[in-house]
Design a binder for this molecule. Structure first.
Ligand SMILES: *[C@@H]1O[C@H](CO)[C@@H](O)[C@H](O)[C@H]1NC(C)=O
Ligand SMILES: *[C@@H]1O[C@H](CO)[C@@H](O)[C@H](O)[C@H]1NC(C)=O
Ligand SMILES: *[C@@H]1O[C@H](CO)[C@@H](O)[C@H](O)[C@H]1NC(C)=O
Ligand SMILES: *[C@@H]1O[C@H](CO)[C@@H](O)[C@H](O)[C@H]1NC(C)=O
Ligand SMILES: *[C@@H]1O[C@H](CO)[C@@H](O)[C@H](O)[C@H]1NC(C)=O
Ligand SMILES: *[C@@H]1O[C@H](CO)[C@@H](O)[C@H](O)[C@H]1NC(C)=O
Ligand SMILES: *[C@@H]1O[C@H](CO)[C@@H](O)[C@H](O)[C@H]1NC(C)=O
Length: 545
């Protein structure tokens, strides 16, 4: 009875001992890194224990399979009817679903040894094929990813077309060209319990165009460029480089600060990426410091042949604003100065003439400074006042010019035409007084008279003297004037004199300054009683020529 109990206890102990061996909690040695196997959804998986010893010594071994599903180690059954089961060292999944992806663990107890070994397999079940990129013009080996030792037959397909006479694990393509691109699929057919299963693997082959390497060219930013930033903010500097066509290898971009490389410097992160044939690199400065502002950043691009660099400096936006304001102020000051000079040009010229009064008068054979013409048949009181009193008062008495006023200065008895021609030759300027007419809206008469003819001919055709146009009051248009004069008026508007202006008779008013500016620099008389002479009084004689 005791012996029986002993047997029962012993065999129970044995049982617990052996079951302890086989559950997932016992630590095993892990002699190799996990292998990865890729499989296609819907197909069958035949996966022998990833260690060859484990497969070969199966007879003298105890082998268990587990799956680590969501953190718990689940044993895999040996029941042949299960979709997922193992048969000794081989794991079968018939067929595969996407959920079968995960970590599979093989535990191997050798009968003669104590302890166990553990091998891991990472299964990735995918719908997609994986892609291999291959260079042009070389022998390309394509290895069937689904091949194993119990495969009975293997067939190769390219884009679903059978490749004849190819049944080896590795397919060799020679002198590959663009037409060789495509999906290569190997189908392994194998038998299990009298049933045939297929396992396939596919590789998408892309033939790369041969690359054309060039000297690195930094497309952006331009050299010695300035980036405007806010102090303390995050800033991203970006550099884009062209290394050649189809060039992905040996392209390097470094970032430097004051010639020191920025690698793993805290606060500076570098990120590189490719887009088509452009290589991008960005430097992120998490917080721009005062020191960064004083620094010189460099984007340095190089391949195996050459290197190029561009320099980038940082400036604060405030300094930018300051610059703009400075420019604006300078511009305004220049504008103001130009305006002032233009406004006071006449005054300056007159002042200058005043200072140079002592200069000798150039002898040009002329007697008068100006010949004054006006429309004799269109003289109202205002016009008469201007010509009789104001004009001589300012120009002759105050300023020392010598005028020839038609009618006033005519010599009685001389032939009118001869006189006009003779005197006109002795004058330096022609003063033309335009009169608006006696009543508003009146049809103005065309000015006539020999003095107008000769004067305008001298000025506009011969260009022997220059003309000063003075307009009294408002005029509707100049259509009554000779065409040549109208033309001249379009380019040079007349100086307008207004009787009502408080400085109408003051030589220092703006109007008279402009007239004086246009008159000869040195007055003919150099008036001895300068500015104190009495106004010479006279009346326009009705009998002038
Ligand atoms: C099982 O997976 C979990 C996470 O999913 C992981 O933390 C654990 O280490 C794995 N167990 C083994 C034995 O690899
Ligand atoms: C995969 O697992 C998810 C949840 O874990 C389940 O809803 C789904 O039905 C499973 N799919 C298959 C094909 O087993
Ligand atoms: C197990 O050990 C026995 C004797 O100890 C030996 O004869 C046998 O060859 C060993 N088996 C293996 C697989 O090492
Ligand atoms: C498959 O067979 C080859 C020789 O035919 C052998 O070298 C290799 O170890 C075997 N692989 C497995 C996993 O059994
Ligand atoms: C395939 O092999 C057979 C027999 O070896 C041969 O007759 C046939 O020409 C081969 N086909 C091709 C396309 O090489
Ligand atoms: C296995 O693939 C072959 C073609 O290579 C096909 O004729 C056969 O039907 C497939 N078998 C299974 C079970 O899918
Ligand atoms: C940029 O300028 C620096 C000096 O200012 C010079 O050394 C460098 O060669 C220039 N880079 C390019 C691409 O011109």
């Amino acid at each position: 009875m005791e012996a029986l109990w002993m047997i029962i206890i012993c065999s129970l102990a044995d049982l617990t001992e052996s079951s302890k061996h086989m559950d997932g909690t016992v630590p095993c040695a892990t002699p190799q890194v996990p292998e990865e196997v890729k499989a296609v959804e819907g197909e069958a998986l035949y996966w022998p224990c990833p260690n060859s010893d484990c497969s070969e010594e199966a007879e003298h071994s105890l082998i268990q399979w587990f799956k680590n599903s969501s953190g718990t180690i689940q044993p895999i059954t040996a029941d042949e009817r299960a979709r997922v089961h193992h048969h000794g060292p081989v794991l079968y999944i018939l067929p595969l679903t996407l959920n079968d992806s995960g970590l599979y663990i093989t535990r191997w107890w050798e009968k003669n040894k104590t302890g166990c070994d553990e091998f891991k397999t990472e299964l990735v079940v995918g719908e997609k094929f994986h892609t291999e990129l291959k260079e042009n013009s070389e022998t390309v080996p394509i290895t069937c990813p689904a091949y194993d030792n119990q495969t009975k037959s293997l067939t190769w397909y390219k884009d679903s077309h059978l490749i004849p006479n190819e049944s080896k694990k590795t397919l060799y393509l020679h002198n590959t060209q663009k037409k060789d691109e495509g999906m290569y699929t190997c189908v392994c057919t194998w038998e299990h319990h009298g049933r045939h299963y297929n396992t396939s693997g596919s590789i998408h082959l892309e033939i790369k165009d041969p690359g054309i390497s060039s000297i690195p060219k930094i497309l952006h930013p331009s050299n010695n460029s300035v980036k405007f930033i806010d102090l303390g903010s995050e800033v991203v500097l970006q550099c884009s480089v062209f290394f050649g066509i189809n060039i992905k290898q040996y392209c390097f971009v470094d970032w430097l600060r004051n010639n020191a490389e920025l690698i793993e410097e805290t606060g500076y992160t570098i990120h590189n990426w490719n887009e088509r044939d452009t290589f991008y690199s960005s430097l992120t400065i998490s917080k721009v410091s005062e020191a960064d502002l004083q620094s010189e950043f460099q984007c340095k691009a190089y391949n195996l042949n050459k290197w190029v660099n561009v320099i980038i400096t940082l400036k604060t936006t405030e300094s930018d604003l300051l610059l703009v304001v400075t420019y604006l102020c300078t511009f305004l000051i220049v504008l103001l100065a130009a305006g002032t000079i233009k406004w006071f040009a006449v005054d300056l010229a007159l002042l200058f003439r005043g200072l140079c009064f002592k200069l000798k008068k150039t002898e040009d054979g002329k007697v008068y400074d100006a010949y004054v013409i006006y429309q004799k048949d269109n003289v109202d009181e205002k016009t008469a006042n201007f010509i009789n009193r104001v004009l001589p008062a300012v120009l002759e008495n105050s300023c020392g010019f010598k005028l020839y006023i038609h009618c006033r200065d005519d010599l009685p008895g001389e032939d009118c035409m001869e006189q006009v021609e003779r005197v006109m030759k002795l004058c330096r300027r022609l003063i033309v007084v335009l009169t608006p007419g006696i009543s508003q809206g009146q049809q103005l008469p065309t000015p006539h008279g020999y003095d107008w003819q000769v004067g305008l001919y001298q000025v506009l055709v011969q260009q022997e003297m220059s003309m000063i146009l003075i307009q009294l009051g408002k005029m509707k248009d100049y259509s009554h004037l000779p065409l040549a004069l109208q033309h001249h008026l379009q380019k040079t508007p007349p100086l307008k004199w207004s009787e009502r202006s408080p400085h109408a008779t003051s030589a220092s008013s703006r109007f008279w300054k402009q007239v004086r500016y246009m008159m000869p620099a040195v007055p003919a008389l150099l008036c001895p009683n300068f500015c104190s002479a009495k106004i010479r009084s006279y009346e326009l004689s009705e009998t002038c020529c």
